[in-house]
Write a protein that binds this ligand. Structure first.
Ligand SMILES: [Zn+2]
Length: 139
């Protein structure tokens, strides 16, 4: 055998791609076929302004000049984790005690990525727990 089996690569076969994750988030945020809307209420004077480092669509509101993106105001905003990793963590945490324990997720994901800080992963797990409490994630 020439190559090695990397478990994280196998997970990519079973879990959605980044584009599929982003499409899922877009539908959650704006609704199916829904209009992009600024927090100022503007819907018409919104222009696309490239992508974020995570690949999310960025927008600028021409009415109030604000910048925002498809992740703004969601649990996926302000995290150093990749979108696919966040979906994987939500899946495991959402297994409601039958999934991996937080310390297992932390060691697994920090091994597979360049993320050095356990805080990034634990912060996201805490965000998931709060979203479950608010009824925004149904387990
Ligand atoms: Zn605006």
């Amino acid at each position: 055998m020439v190559g090695k089996i990397f478990v994280w690569d196998l997970k990519k076969l079973f879990f959605p791609s980044r584009d599929e994750c982003l499409a899922y988030i877009r539908e959650l945020k704006w609704g199916k076929g829904g209009k992009v809307r600024c927090i100022c209420g503007e819907e018409k004077k919104i222009v696309r302004r490239g992508k974020t480092t995570k690949g999310a669509q960025r927008y600028q509101c021409k009415a109030c000049r604000r910048y925002f993106n498809d992740l703004s105001g969601t649990i996926f905003a302000h995290s150093k984790l990749g979108i696919e990793q966040m979906f994987y963590i939500i899946y495991e945490v959402g297994l409601n005690g039958k999934g991996k324990w937080p310390y297992e997720l932390v060691s697994e994901i920090s091994l597979q990525t360049k993320i050095k800080s356990y805080d990034d992963i634990m912060n996201f797990i805490n965000k998931i727990d709060k979203a479950i409490d608010r009824g925004e994630i149904i387990v």
